[in-house]
Design a protein around this ligand. Structure first.
Ligand code: SF4
Length: 480
């Protein structure tokens, strides 16, 4: 008889206050996909979804009733939240490992953090850490019944108390043969209730590609690496149709870069149109890929509603230092073209990169004021293993090398300014942005919102004064 497999993930929205309060949870796509592949291979499979759980202890109910032989913790590696390698989630995973072992399971772990720090996970009791892309390694491991681990690529394990690691797995290039993720194994109605109540619509996530071929030098890609493989437009359209039948109308396409393969979006839109499917799509892309009107029109025809661009900085000097490969001009042009087509454009902004000075920060603030994105996500540079940036600053890293949660935003290396300065800058940028946004939308706003503008203005003025005081203090003490 084939062994019973319990799948789980490591992310708990409730442990990440900022994400929990934003009330936009997505099911663990990568976990559901791995579970589905193993179910198709003939295993008896169940899934404990941590995303909406209150505590790792909740897994005990499933361990006691399903009585699995294996606990397989596969993070949703398509979700950028997993790529942050947050310590609060790492500790939750250690607890899941402990509970799995107590229940007599063999425990496997696969995640960006476990790939980077497999020694920690093995020391906390995991039997095997799967390095990089998990699905094929998992099939081999279970078919081999954990024998001859040295012959399987992409694993780390303890042998005679010594950590042994084999070569990372080759990436899978064609995914159309994979089944749909096991959507039936998660409580979709719990997600739907939150979305409907808080946002007024139901959004689900879907992945159409793996990897990213660009080389921004701080971007870690421990799972999918520097390749780019796409599913066929037909298989993506089929999955969308399936999910729309379940009530979703909006989709976050969680690819690093959506629709990079030439001709892909054009074919995709034709299939959607032929099947009268009208999803609203949120994607992530790059400014340099969105400067042609016909590319944008194809995306709009496919249902594009919102694009998140890695704008990062308003200073070309900093973009170049990051090897970002885009220009300020491209950020401006793509934003303008997308806005003209009615698409919302949101920016990821990053402060504190090596060499960034106050003049560069001012350029970023000016860019935000000028282009007024529909939303902003602000971070400070975060050194993750495997990146050029990490190598440059690793000598400065002390005990803390990971953020606790996604709102931590600690500068873990020596930036131009102090960590406190960047925390204030984060708040200041939001204040500048909110006031600017309120002013720009004045014509279309309600009286109630318009009355808030003086308050937003005063808050921005006070914040500007505080930044000036902090800057002077930093200039004096750090002799910048
Ligand atoms: S384009 Fe995005 S995903 Fe690709 S390397 Fe740059 S930051 Fe990373």
């Amino acid at each position: 008889m084939k062994p019973k497999l319990l799948f789980s993930n490591t992310y708990f929205y409730r442990f990440d206050q900022k994400q929990w309060e934003s009330k936009k949870p997505y099911p663990p796509y990568g976990t559901m996909l791995a579970a589905s592949i193993m179910r198709e291979a003939g295993f008896d499979v169940s899934l404990f979804d941590t995303n909406l759980a209150k505590s790792p202890l909740e897994i005990n109910t499933v361990l006691n009733t399903f009585k699995p032989d294996y606990l397989i913790i596969v993070d949703d590696n398509f979700n950028y939240l997993s790529k942050m390698c947050l310590t609060v989630m790492r500790e939750a995973c250690f607890e899941l490992i402990r509970l799995g072992k107590l229940a007599g399971c063999k425990v496997f772990v696969n995640s960006a953090d476990a790939t980077d720090h497999f020694d920690k996970y093995l020391q906390h009791g995991a039997d095997v850490v799967l390095l990089g892309e998990a699905e094929q390694t998992l099939v081999q491991l279970l078919n081999n019944d954990l024998q001859n681990l040295e012959t399987i690529n992409g694993v780390a394990f303890l042998k005679d108390d010594l950590i042994t690691q084999t070569k990372k797995t080759n990436s899978v290039e064609v995914f159309d043969n994979y089944p749909l993720p096991a959507w039936d194994l998660v409580n979709l109605s719990a997600y739907q209730t939150i979305w409907q109540k808080e946002q007024g619509y139901f959004s689900l996530n879907i992945a159409t590609t793996r990897g990213c071929p660009f080389k921004c030098n701080w971007c870690a890609k421990p799972i999918y690496g520097n390749r780019y493989n796409s599913r066929s437009p037909q298989s993506v359209a089929d999955e969308l149709a399936y999910l729309m039948n379940l009530g979703a109308t909006h989709f976050w396409i969680c690819d690093d870069i959506f629709g990079l393969k030439p001709g892909w979006v054009k074919e995709f839109k034709k299939i959607l149109q032929a099947n009268k499917l009208k999803p609203r799509l949120k994607i992530q892309s790059r400014a340099d890929l969105l400067v042609k009107e016909d590319t944008i029109q194809d995306l709009v025809d496919a249902g594009l509603d919102e694009v998140w661009l890695g704008a990062e900085s308003g200073s070309q000097r900093i973009l170049d230092a990051m090897d970002k490969g885009i220009t300020i001009n491209e950020i401006e042009k793509s934003t303008k073209l997308l806005n003209e087509k009615g698409v919302k454009v949101a920016f990821f902004i990053q402060y504190g990169y090596l060499g960034e000075q106050w003049e560069d920060i001012q350029k970023t603030l000016s860019m935000i004021k000028k282009l007024l994105p529909s939303d902003i996500g602000i971070s400070v540079s975060y050194p993750l293993p495997g990146t050029v940036f990490y190598e440059k600053v690793k000598a400065q890293l002390k005990n803390k090398q990971n953020w606790k949660n996604s709102n931590d935003l600690d500068m873990m290396y020596r930036g131009t300014f102090s960590p406190g300065f960047y925390r204030q800058l984060h708040k200041h940028t939001h204040r500048v942005y909110r006031k600017e946004q309120a002013l720009r939308n004045l014509a279309n706003t309600s009286i109630k919102t318009a009355l808030k503008i003086p308050y937003l203005w005063i808050r921005e003025q006070l914040s500007t004064r505080k930044m000036a005081i902090l800057l002077n203090r930093e200039l004096r003490t750090n002799q910048i």
